[in-house]
Write a protein that binds this ligand. Structure first.
Ligand SMILES: NC(=O)c1ccc[n+]([C@@H]2O[C@H](COP(=O)([O-])OP(=O)(O)OC[C@H]3O[C@@H](n4cnc5c(N)ncnc54)[C@H](O)[C@@H]3O)[C@@H](O)[C@H]2O)c1
Ligand SMILES: CC(C)[C@H](C(=O)O)[C@@H](O)C(=O)O
Ligand SMILES: [Mg+2]
Length: 355
């Protein structure tokens, strides 16, 4: 059981630190090795994904990832951008299937931005394609047009085989759940997405026991807010999945609650909270570590087939919420406001008590 720990930047090390305490307790046999990524990679080795970090990623069974990013990310050239380290890692390991479950803990119903009856019992998963789309399509870059103005451009691209493999992943996931797949695209405007819908429909015929529907991204965004419980598995492209999953976070109360698993062709996976490095709250011991801890649970389940351990961790999260522990992002009057470390300790305590 070899695990690479890539805590990254900002609140990354704070939340991964809590997940590590949980790992040590539930799987003391796990061998871990840390490696810098993001701005930490640039500081240590001059690159957002140092060669040594990538080599470690290739050697291990799973990666526990924190978050990467700095406050002025948007103005930095690509090769020196912390986020590039994460994108390169996803590409190098062919981690094309990014599962982002959004699950409503009953204790947090009041923390959701939606009415209680709309989110009570919510349990959906957004399956985001992670290796293609406008994120990786070529050509990309800057050029000068005939008027002498600068032009920035990217290309939205998907090949049939890329859509096929994510489609199969979606239908397989649906078979373990409520057997419904909603494919989200923009096939009314974009050729890339016409192909996406065509391939989804074709692959769907191989899964007659799974109900397939299609929505355009604009309508899907609305439906996610209006009636999120209609969804089981939502499968979508890289860019739309990025946006929809942050939106889904607010249904469940906070982005600090959302875990994710990025899987490829084998069981090796990268597990990370959906949130970023949150420079606005970094270093204050206030970030919610539960998304990182729930990402660890996904790792135990998916990469190591330790279903019991995964459940223990998820139940411990449920217990601390029932006990009233809340970080600032999910705080409500009448509950107990705690910091990152105290929340991690509470989860460890709950695990010990249940053992
Ligand atoms: N997977 C990743 O590593 C990842 C994901 C998203 C963004 N980023 C990067 O992070 C940096 C900041 O991006 P952003 O501000 O748009 O998104 P963000 O997710 O870092 O933060 C958005 C908001 O949510 C809050 N927040 C995030 N995580 C939280 C937690 N665990 N507990 C409590 N509050 C939390 C932040 O304080 C902020 O107000 C950028 O450089 C961006 O590129 C990285
Ligand atoms: C940091 C960034 C590159 C990343 C993405 O856009 O994929 C993040 O927003 C995410 O959701 O994991
Ligand atoms: Mg994102």
């Amino acid at each position: 059981m070899k695990i690479a720990i890539m805590a990254g930047d900002g609140i990354g090390p704070e939340v991964v630190g809590q997940a590590l305490k949980v790992l040590r307790l539930v799987a003391p046999q796990a061998e871990t090795e840390e490696a810098p990524v993001g701005q930490a990679g640039i500081d240590a080795r001059g690159k957002p994904l140092p060669d040594e970090t990538l080599a470690l990623a290739r050697r291990v069974d799973a990666i526990l990832f924190g978050s990467v990013g700095v406050a002025d990310e948007a103005s930095i050239p690509r090769e020196r951008r912390p986020g590039t380290g994460l994108l390169q890692l996803r590409e190098a390991l062919t981690l094309y299937a990014n599962f982002r479950p959004a699950f409503m803990f009953p204790e947090l119903i009041g923390a959701s931005t939606l009415k209680p009856e709309v989110v009570d019992g919510l349990d959906l998963v957004i399956l985001r394609e992670l290796n293609g789309d406008v994120y990786f399509g070529k050509p990309r870059g800057f050029e000068t047009n005939e008027k002498g103005e600068r032009v920035g451009f990217n290309t939205m691209r998907y090949s049939e085989s890329e859509v096929e493999r994510i489609a199969h992943a979606a239908f397989r996931a649906a078979r373990k759940r409520r057997r419904k797949v909603c494919s989200v695209d923009k096939a009314n405007v974009l050729e890339t997405m016409q192909l996406w819908r065509e391939v989804m429909t074709r692959v769907g015929r191989e899964y007659p026991d799974v109900e397939l529907s299609h929505l355009f991204i604009d309508a899907a965004s609305m439906s996610l807010m209006r009636n999120p419980k209609q969804f089981d598995v939502i499968v979508t492209g890289n860019m739309f999945g990025d946006i929809l999953s942050d939106a889904a976070a607010m249904l469940t109360g906070s982005i600090g609650m959302l875990p994710s698993a990025s899987l490829g062709v084998d069981r090796k996976g990268l597990y990370e909270p959906v949130h970023g490095s949150a420079p606005d709250i970094a270093g204050q011991d206030v970030a919610n570590p539960l998304a990182a801890i729930l990402s660890l649970a996904m790792m135990l389940r998916e990469s190591f087939e330790l279903e019991d351990k995964a459940r223990q961790v998820e139940n411990a999260v449920r217990t601390v919420l029932a006990q009233g522990y809340r970080t600032g992002d999910i705080y409500q009057p009448g509950t107990r406001r705690v910091g990152t470390t105290e929340m991690g300790d509470a989860v460890v305590q709950a695990l010990r008590a249940a053992a």
